[in-house]
Design a protein around this ligand. Sequence first.
Ligand code: NAP
Length: 340
Amino acid sequence: MADKTVLVSGGSGYIAGFLIRQLVLQGWTVHTTVRDLAREPAVRQLLAVDNSRLRFFAADLTADAGWDQAMAGCSRVAHVASPLPAGVPQSADDLVVPARDGALRALRAAKAAGVKRFVMTSSVAAIAYGRGRGVHHFTEADWTQLDQPGLTPYIQSKTIAERAARDWMATEGAGMEYCSINPSVVLGPVWSRDYSASVVIIKKLLDGSLGACPDIGFGVVDVRDVADLHVRALMSPASMAGQRFIANDRFMKLRDIADVLRAGLGPQASKVTTRNVPDWLVRLAARFNPLARAVVGELGSVRHQSAIHAQSVLGWTARPAEQSIVDTARSLIDLGIVKV
Ligand code: NAP
C-alpha cells in the first residue's frame, strides 16, 4: 500500500476530527465527507491542519451521490459516519437505515475504487447488549442479541450495520480487507460547541441538570485513543481481514463518574450531584419519559469489555478513564458550553 491517501467519512464528527488530525500529522492526505459542503470552511478551521492535505466531498449516508468521487485515489477508508443522536428517535429506522445502508454504500464505493483496507467504526453497542441484568464480560466474539426486548434504536443500528457490512464482505468483498473498531462511550476533550452525544452525560452532571444518578454505567474510552486505534488498524502491516477491536478503558457507574468529576475539578464541580435515584423511581419515570425508558433495562448491569485484543495485536493502550472524564469537563468549561 504505497499510496498515502485515506478517506475518513463524516469529517464534521467528534471521533473523525481527532482521526483526521492524527492522519494529516503523520503525513497522510485525507479525503473526508460532509453532508453539505457549506460546512467545509468551519470544519477546516476547527481541524487546523495543513489544508493542502485535506479534501472535502459532499456525501450523505442515505444517497449514492458523492461516494465514488470521495473514494477515488484512496487506498484505505475509515468509515466513521453514522447517526448518534442525543435523544431517542420516533422510529428505529431513522438510525438503522442510514447506518446500514450508508455502510453498504461506502463499502461498494470503496471496492469500486480499489481500496485495500476498510476500517468501520462500529461500537460495543454491537457486542454487549441484550443480555439482561447482571455482571457480564465481553470480548470481540460476542454479539448483541437483537431478539431481546429493550434495545435502543442506536444499539440496533450499530449491530445491524456491522452485521450487514460483514455479510457484504463475505459475498462481495474479495480483494479488500475489512475490520471494525468497537468503542465504548467516547469521552475526552471537546473542541467545538457541536459536540458528540456521548459527551452530553458529562455536561448534564457538570451543569447540575442530572439531579441524581440512576444505577447505570458504561465503559469509557478516550477519543484520542479511539482515533489512535483507527490509525493503527488502518496502517498495520499485518492483515486486518475480519478483525474486530474493542476500544475501552474500563466500566464505570455513573455515580463513580460523578465522584471523578468532584475529585478532579474541585469547586468547578459544585453542581455535580451526590444523590442516587432508586430503581423503582426510574421504572416509574420510564412509563412516560423515553430517556428513562432507554435506561431502565440497564439498571444494575455491569459490562466489562476487554480491549486485550487491540493491545496484543496492535500494541494499543488506553489512557485512564479518569483523565478522559476530567478532560471532557475542562473542555466543556473552557468552551463556555457549561457555566460553573
Ligand atoms: P458525531 O460527532 O455525532 O459524528 C457523527 C458523524 O456522522 C457526523 O459527522 C455526522 O454528520 C455523520 N452523519 C450522521 N448522519 C449522517 C448521514 N445521514 N449522512 C452523512 N453523515 C452523517 O459522533 P461521534 O462520537 O464522532 O461518532 C462517530 C462514530 O463513532 C459513529 O459511527 C458512532 O456510532 C461511533 N461510536 C461513537 C461512540 C461515542 O461514544 N461517541 C461510541 C462508539 C461508537 P453531521 O455533522 O452532518 O451530523
